[in-house]
Design a protein around this ligand. Structure first.
Ligand code: PRE
Length: 354
């Protein structure tokens, strides 16, 4: 038994050296590619292809998701050799937005926490950050309206998407519920845990604060306070988990968009996001959708928002399957250009892989 263990560990040591050499060979190739490419180093379409291929070819016993996550980190480190990226998100450190940014870009990207979603757009537009990650919809709470509003005016492009399973925990500095006076969290998180909180903490006043991480910070400073926040905030502020996964919807997921100066070229499995408005006449909205149907382009999202320009005018956020440069989508877009009162292509990008 002891000998088996020794033998297996010796084999692992040998494999580790092989893996290390191979990863460095890969990194050296990426460095050379970095010198050949002029301009943008981050290539979302290529990264999506690499991760999809890893999932397809994974022989196990690692799960496909785990294998892809490991390669996500390898690529992140390779890209950092070409050029270290900075990624802006709704801060402070420890928010779900930071977790989404890390899931998409890996840990080698430098985190740039921002005070608001507006600041994320601003930092990317002004080149203070290379890319930004902003929440756009939650499976329980629906659209993040501020993000939709900012997309209407921005010159930036959507170049990626990432879905994050959101687990909320009940946190406190000290164990147990004795002497609890207040509960802090972001309003979205309070809404996501509404039923659980009603059942278990009906008498505790709920105070909405700017972010989950801010709630955790406040709970760390006040033993009479509870916070509802995620794992990263719990670890960052060294809080006890009094209850885990207290979100009402077991599939609670938030979708984030990656914004940058350019969108992506086709990767083979893409989405195109559009912003449109219809002429103010009967049947105009239905007419808008006809070119998509005619060219066999499927819609994966349809969301309306008041236009920022006029009273009682609406704009539509539409996601379609396929890249805007692919023939069916391109043909539908040409027709839409004529039919819509306004059409803006917000970006074309790979469907989230992780
Ligand atoms: O293929 C490239 O363009 C690379 O720079 C290499 C690489 C990789 O590590 O695979 C790194 C960064 C890019 O975003 C995409 C891929």
């Amino acid at each position: 038994m002891a000998e088996d263990l020794q033998q297996l560990r010796a084999e692992i040591d040998a494999l580790d050296v092989e893996i290390l050499n191979l990863i460095n060979q890969r990194a050296a190739r990426a460095q050379t590619i970095g010198r050949l490419k002029n301009g943008t180093v981050y290539r979302p379409e290529r990264e999506a292809q690499v991760l999809r291929r890893i999932k397809e070819r994974n022989p196990g016993p690692l799960t496909d998701e785990t294998a892809a996550r490991l390669f996500r980190e390898i690529m992140s480190a390779c890209l950092a050799l070409e050029k270290p990226l900075s990624v802006a998100f709704l801060g402070p450190l420890g928010t779900f937005s930071q977790a989404a940014a890390q899931k998409h870009f890996g840990h080698a990207a430098a985190p740039t926490p921002c005070a608001s979603i507006d600041e994320v757009f601003h930092d990317v537009a002004s080149a203070r950050a290379d890319y930004g990650v902003v929440p756009v919809e939650n499976s329980t709470e629906g659209a993040i309206n501020r993000t939709l509003d900012l997309l209407q005016d921005t010159p930036l492009k959507i170049c990626g998407e990432v879905a994050l399973r959101i687990h909320q925990h009940l946190l406190r500095k000290v164990p147990g519920l004795d002497g609890v006076a207040v509960l802090y969290s972001h309003s979205q998180s309070l809404a996501q845990c509404h039923e659980w909180l009603n059942r278990n903490l009906a008498g505790v006043p709920r105070v909405p604060v700017a972010s989950n991480a801010e709630a955790a910070r406040m709970a760390a400073a006040d033993p009479a306070a509870l916070a509802v926040a995620g794992e990263a905030a719990a670890e960052l502020y060294d809080l006890q988990r009094l209850a885990e996964n207290i979100e009402d919807d077991p599939d609670n997921t938030t979708r984030f968009l990656v914004i940058g100066k350019h969108d992506a070229t086709p990767s083979g499995h893409d989405k195109t996001s559009l912003l449109m408005s219809a002429h103010n006449r009967p049947g105009a909205v239905v007419e808008l959708l006809q070119p998509l149907a005619r060219h066999g382009v499927s819609m994966t999202k349809f969301e309306s928002r008041p236009a920022r320009s006029g009273l009682w005018e609406y704009v539509f956020f539409i996601d379609v399957e396929g890249h805007r440069d692919e023939p069916p989508v391109a043909a539908a877009l040409t027709e839409l250009q004529e039919k819509a009162a306004f059409l803006k292509i917000l970006g074309a990008y790979p469907v989230g892989v992780l």
